[in-house]
Design a binder for this molecule. Structure first.
Ligand SMILES: [Zn+2]
Length: 499
């Protein structure tokens, strides 16, 4: 049975009425006369009354679907004077009880409390509805007092209780920062929708992001074409911090980590992703809607240990988003703090180029994953496609291992990785790297070229914060940089041979 939790819609009103009435009859008839139930139901839950509730900003309804059928309903109500979120209703059609739908609805309500920055979720349960009382107690609710409640001619006593909301975010003292929570069970809204609403809100409330977006909109772009490839060069002075960042161990150790929750700017808000990562707006964007997805904890940047979540992230965002990863020595400006990035799909020229039949050669089929190599794109890349997360992750792990051997390094090999998920499968573009920055980066004065290639640059979007460098770019320079920092086609072919 496929369960889906989603926000209620106007069209759900008849289904909500049916769920309420059938579950009331099944549960309450034992201790409330049916006539009283009907009187209360008729007085309280006319379609117009439900639509009025639907319109209220402090009321939210959730539908639990089982195989496409509305089988459960939950309603939360934020009580401003108490600063509490109440789970005002949670009902299931009797035939659908005991199948986990109630748990999913409860979890979604808890996520709302967390997103509101609250420490608890409150509930009222009829004293005589002992089964429901036990159900809530088993899920961590504590009942602290009783209140009378009238239903038609019958007065029933209610137990009022609450559940403390757990979660890593609470431990990190993050609740005030949360714009939304994405628990990862196909909840209310998609991750892409939540991210879009975070961006909109932050553009208004966080001046630094507003400035970053204005700078991006005004950034000049040049296009340079090779035979089968195209590169865009973006002149973005805001990026001086990132392009000029010192990423050696000593400098990193001396600065406060800008991705640790405790050091985020006070205006910055986040989406809590699967209780482990924060989805954040990048205040110096190189793409519209540019996001950073940072782990809650200060863990080192590493791909092998985090492949599964990287793939999951791409799938959760959906086909409109490209998720990317910069290795700790390949463009990550916070190599000491585990993070990914995301941007609208299709903005890096390579994303379209690898689809051209002439630009790729199928090399290997490995248990559920297909590996290709690119040809004639100025730098070598591998394309990995597959429908099973496990198979795709295994293919990437094999490539990482082979790269590690040829690098003869203890650390993770140098690389950048792009991923999109659509049509039920993943497509990854992996750029093995020879080094992070070209030699020209380290020259003095006029000779210096301030370009610090990461995933975006390898994807065909070069960023430079210096105007002189912006105009210096031409076909020869692009190929020179690629040749210096990336594998060429032959090196990728040899790598694939060795697998
Ligand atoms: Zn950190």
């Amino acid at each position: 049975m496929a369960i889906l939790i989603r926000p209620w819609r106007r069209e759900d009103v008849p289904a909500v009425r049916r769920i309420l009435w059938e579950s009331w009859l099944a549960t309450y008839r034992a201790f409330i006369p049916e006539a009283d139930l009907r009187a209360y139901f008729t007085a309280t839950y006319q379609p117009e009354s439900l639509l009025r509730l639907y319109e209220l900003s402090f009321v939210r309804g959730l539908i639990g679907e089982a195989d496409g059928e509305a089988a459960g309903f939950a309603r939360t109500q934020y009580q401003k004077n108490e600063n509490r979120l109440y789970l005002a209703s949670l009902y299931l059609l009797p035939a659908f009880q005991g199948r986990g739908i109630g748990d999913r609805l409860l979890k979604a309500a808890e996520a709302q409390a967390l997103a509101l920055g609250l420490d608890e979720l409150w509930v009222g349960v009829m004293v005589k509805n002992e089964a429901a009382g036990r159900w809530y107690e088993r899920r961590g609710f504590r009942f602290i007092r009783e209140e009378p409640f009238r239903m038609g001619g019958t007065t029933v006593s209610h137990r009022i209780g609450y559940k403390p909301i757990p979660g890593a975010a609470r431990e990190a003292g993050l609740s005030q920062r949360l714009h939304a929570v994405y628990p990862g069970e196909r909840e209310d809204a998609s991750l892409a929708e939540l991210a879009a609403s975070l961006y909109e809100a932050q553009k208004k409330n966080w001046p630094a992001l507003g400035e970053g977006c204005t700078a991006l909109a005004a950034a000049r772009v040049r296009e340079i074409r090779g035979e089968r490839w195209q590169v865009k060069v973006q002149f973005n002075p805001q990026r001086i911090v990132s392009a000029g960042a010192k990423v050696d161990r000593k400098s990193i150790g001396q600065r406060p980590c800008f991705l640790c929750p405790a050091n985020l700017p006070p205006e910055q808000r986040a989406i809590l992703y699967r209780d482990a990562y924060l989805v954040l707006c990048n205040p110096a964007p190189i793409f519209p809607g540019h996001l950073t997805i940072a782990h809650l904890r200060h863990l080192p940047q590493s791909l092998p240990a985090n492949l599964e979540i990287f793939l999951r992230l791409a799938a959760d965002f959906g086909p409109g988003t490209t998720v990317f990863y910069n290795g700790p020595r390949s463009g990550a400006s916070a190599p000491d703090h585990l993070h990914f990035q995301a941007a609208p799909a299709g903005l890096m020229p390579v994303e379209a180029e690898v689809s051209a039949a002439a630009s790729r050669t199928k090399v290997k089929q490995k248990a559920g994953a297909t590996l290709w190599r690119t040809e004639g794109l100025g730098r070598g890349a591998l394309v990995i496609e597959g429908k099973e997360a496990g198979a795709v992750a295994a293919a990437v792990a094999t490539v990482l291992e082979a790269l590690g051997r040829s690098d003869e390094l203890e650390e993770e090999p140098l690389l950048n990785l792009l991923a999109t998920h659509g049509g039920g499968g993943w497509r990854l573009i992996l750029f093995p790297r020879r080094k992070h920055r070209p030699a020209a980066y380290f020259k003095e004065g006029e000779e210096r070229l301030l370009v610090s290639p990461g995933a975006a640059d390898m994807g065909g979007l070069f960023i430079t914060p210096v105007e002189k460098d912006f105009f210096a770019f031409n076909r020869a320079l692009v190929l020179e940089i690629f040749a210096e920092v990336a594998y060429d086609d032959a090196a990728v072919a040899a790598l694939l041979e060795s697998l």
